[in-house]
Design a protein. Sequence first.
Length: 233
Amino acid sequence: MSGRLYGVGVGPGDPELLTLKATRILKETPVVAYPTGEDGDAMALAIAGPHLSPGVIRLPLPLTFDPRASNDDAYDSAAEAIAGHLRQGRDVAVLCLGDPFLFGSFLYLFARLAGRVEIEVVPGITSLTACAALAGRPLAARGDSLVVLPATRDEDDLMRLLLVCDAAVIIKVGRHLAKVRRVLDNLALTDQAVCVERAGLDGQRVVPLAELEDDKMSYFAMILVHRRGRAWA
């Protein structure tokens, strides 16, 4: 008998933002897999830690989070390591920051294992909605169009996509802050934008973009912007 694979969203950082379903599965699942960076960091495990059973088998999945690097070999190896436990009849829960299917690392494991094993995806609270709540800035209302933009995209792409939407969430800001700021300045949207960094984590902060003096931000930072300034306006 093969085990079941769970892709579990663990939210943006606060352990209390896991869903009831996620915490139940984490308490019941004998193997918990989690991505680690090149320095061994495991943020998803730290978030989920309070909800794990004492005897759980911990399975680190070494990945690189450099968007310029390919993770194909790492994901292939991770998928096979997970499959080995599933073949032994052990259920495996893979932890994923935020939501597994929204820019989540789990979706690449899903692509490799779907059709081979039984999989259940447990949605998580996204950093988009967590940041909006912290900032007191509803993302969209009524017939608004909302676009999610990685700051890693070219400046012309950012400009083009921001021109045709009512509201936007710009993610993965990090070292791309200056580029994003130029685009928003050119579109006269700087005063309608707010930055949220490390939501639910140590060092959390919320700053209007117009008041931000930094040259760069954490990778775990995003900018919320609405053409009307406030969604209810």
